[in-house]
Design a protein around this ligand. Structure first.
Ligand SMILES: [Ca+2]
Ligand SMILES: [Ca+2]
Ligand SMILES: [Ca+2]
Length: 111
């Protein structure tokens, strides 16, 4: 497992299909948007990983996310470093303020 992808066959790419998350540059859903989309809904359990991004790109979005809104029944977990390392947030479907991960998130998992 690595890079950008999905167990279910959909590929997580910005601005395609239906959103699994809309990232916002600033807290309270403000600022620029970065949309991740996929072909399938996430599975109901959060014991698996349905989609993932090993390193947030483009580079100006790394250490920039301030809030997000999930979609496709997906919950989102953010990580401080690339490769899902460092501090992380629990799976959440929406978050208006990321706390210690504000401007620090570098990788993502969806479930
Ligand atoms: Ca920011
Ligand atoms: Ca980081
Ligand atoms: Ca799941």
């Amino acid at each position: 497992m690595g890079g950008t992808g999905a167990k279910q066959g959909g590929v997580v790419t910005p601005a395609a299909l239906a959103p699994v998350a809309i990232m916002r540059e600033d807290r309270d859903y403000r600022g620029s948007t970065l949309t991740y989309s996929a072909e399938f809904d996430c599975t109901l359990t959060t014991a698996d990983v349905d989609y993932w991004v090993e390193l947030i790109t483009p580079e100006d979005w790394n250490d920039e996310i301030g809030s997000f809104i999930g979609g496709r029944a997906c919950w989102v977990s953010l990580f401080e470093y690339r490769g899902w390392a460092g501090a992380s947030s629990p799976f959440m479907d929406i978050d208006d303020e990321l706390g210690v991960l504000d401007d620090e998130s570098s990788s993502i998992r969806w479930s």
